[in-house]
Design a protein around this ligand. Structure first.
Ligand SMILES: Cc1cc2nc3c(=O)[nH]c(=O)nc-3n(C[C@H](O)[C@H](O)[C@H](O)COP(=O)(O)O)c2cc1C
Length: 278
């Protein structure tokens, strides 16, 4: 029932008892249930996932879907995860097909920055085929909309989300290289939460990435909520979960994304857009 070692181990390394890995820091705990909180990074028990060999993410491509929902937080079940949960509720209620991913559970390498060496070297598919990003590329191309949720970190998006967005350069670069694109006319919605400040800047940074890929921002397509620097961040969790405004913001953005998808905006714009990229 006790802890074992700090570090990434596989289920087979940990003997017969169930093993739980903290998705935030990698600490592995052995026991029947996950611990109340992680002794290393203090994340709550919801951050623990059953430890197992992690296969590379794949997308079968057989089931195109409407919305790709990305939780860009280090926490799978933190405040950003809560926003993603609310978004999922609306998507389910509206009968929209979607797939949700918590980036913290995925292996995404830093961009190799081939574009910085030579524009033509950054091509689709991405040269790095060793991590989960190729499947995300395929899902970005297959879905009609993306909803991205991020915490504010130093007035900017999370580093995890930034790494993810850097890796979309190969899709954005298709337009720069005057090759057929894969994302123009798709719809984007952005959700941001933080403790005190920087929400709009963060949302705009995220949006700009998608704008360069030809996405259309849904009307009222940015929702954000911060708590307040006068409060201890330990109270944020409870605050967000009982706050009417966060509910209104998330439900509104998701509704507006769905309305755009159901207008068939991507199809309507096909062949009519002039790519304007840097
Ligand atoms: C490194 C770091 C930087 C942060 N910077 C900001 C900030 O600039 N503005 C803000 O409002 N909150 C900031 N926060 C607070 C988080 O945005 C806030 O705790 C958020 O709700 C965390 O979401 P999560 O539960 O999904 O991790 C920061 C947190 C961390 C860890």
């Amino acid at each position: 029932m006790t802890d074992t070692t700090h570090g990434r181990k596989t289920g087979t390394d940990t003997g017969l008892q169930a093993a739980w890995r903290c998705a935030v820091c990698g600490f592995v705990f052995t026991g029947e249930t996950p611990p109340k909180s992680c002794p290393v990074c203090h994340s709550p028990s919801q951050e623990f996932v059953a430890e197992q060999e992690r296969a590379r993410l794949t997308y079968d491509g057989e089931e195109p879907f409407d919305v790709l929902l990305i939780n860009g937080s280090t926490h799978r079940a933190g405040n950003t995860g809560y926003m993603a949960d609310l978004a999922e509720e609306v998507l389910r209620e509206r009968g929209v097909s979607y797939r949700r991913f918590n980036l913290t559970e995925h292996h995404i390498d830093y961009c190799w920055c081939c574009y910085a060496v030579r524009a033509g070297s950054c091509t689709y598919p991405c040269r790095n085929t060793t991590d989960d990003m190729p499947a995300f590329h395929q899902m970005l191309a297959a879905s009609k909309a993306v909803i991205v949720a991020s915490p504010i970190n130093w007035n900017a998006m999370s580093a995890r989300l930034k790494t993810f967005l850097d890796r979309t350069t190969c899709m954005e670069n298709l337009y720069h290289l005057k090759k057929p694109g894969l994302t123009e006319g798709k719809v984007a919605g952005v959700l941001v939460n933080g403790h005190e400040d920087g929400a709009i800047k963060t949302a705009m940074d995220i949006w700009l990435n998608f704008e360069q890929m030809g996405y259309v921002l849904a009307p009222f397509g940015i929702g954000f909520r911060t708590h307040g620097s006068q409060f201890n961040s330990s109270t944020d969790r409870e605050f967000f979960r009982s706050d009417e405004l966060v509910l209104h913001q998330v439900k509104g953005v998701v509704n507006n994304v769905i309305e755009m998808v159901q207008l068939g905006i991507e199809e309507k714009l096909k062949g009519k857009l002039v790519p304007v990229t840097e």
